[in-house]
Design a binder for this molecule. Structure first.
Ligand code: 4NP
Length: 160
């Protein structure tokens, strides 16, 4: 059997967007009995929240939509660029920060924009909900549900 495809989701603090993407993707994969084909993780550009659970507001909104976020925040490490096959940033600043951490073109080529998988929302990023209200958290869930589904569909189609 092929080794699993390793996917890392990255946002600024690793307490809102990327742990949610991680949780949604794991659920989609488990629901389709594909857990052995993928390894999923998430990390933050900052180490400020290292070891913390996801933001309480994010966990409440996610819980209401059927997702239990159990991830503990961790910063991106240089070794992630070797370990993971695909690395998804949530906004353009995440992408720039990831590109500056990557050490060669092979590593840079692993970096992708999560928003490119939910073009139906006509947004330029998965918006940071941290300083906003409830609607921001709901929007992030709506966008990441679509983006994760489209991403998984594309990965599975490419594997045929
Ligand atoms: P995230 O949200 O990048 O989606 O986890 C944020 C979390 C923390 C901060 C900013 C955004 N912060 O400034 O601490």
């Amino acid at each position: 059997m092929n080794s699993p495809t390793k996917i890392l989701f990255v946002c600024l603090g690793n307490i809102c967007r990327s742990p949610l993407a991680d949780t949604i993707m794991c659920k989609l994969i488990a629901d389709k009995y594909l857990s052995e084909k993928y390894e999923i993780d998430s990390a933050g550009i900052l180490d400020y929240h290292e070891g913390e659970k996801a933001d309480y507001r994010m966990r409440c909104h996610a819980d209401f939509r059927g997702y239990e976020i159990t991830h503990l925040s961790r910063p991106v490490e240089k070794s992630d660029f070797d370990k993971f096959d695909l690395i998804f940033g949530m906004d353009d600043q995440n992408i720039r920060d990831l590109e500056s951490l990557a050490q060669n073109d092979e590593q840079k080529n692993k970096i992708h924009r999560m928003v490119d998988y939910c073009k139906e929302f006509n947004r330029s990023s998965i918006p940071d909900p941290y300083y906003g209200g409830d609607s921001g958290f709901e929007l992030v869930i709506d966008m990441l549900e679509v983006a994760c589904a489209n991403l998984l569909e594309e990965l599975e189609a490419r594997n045929l």
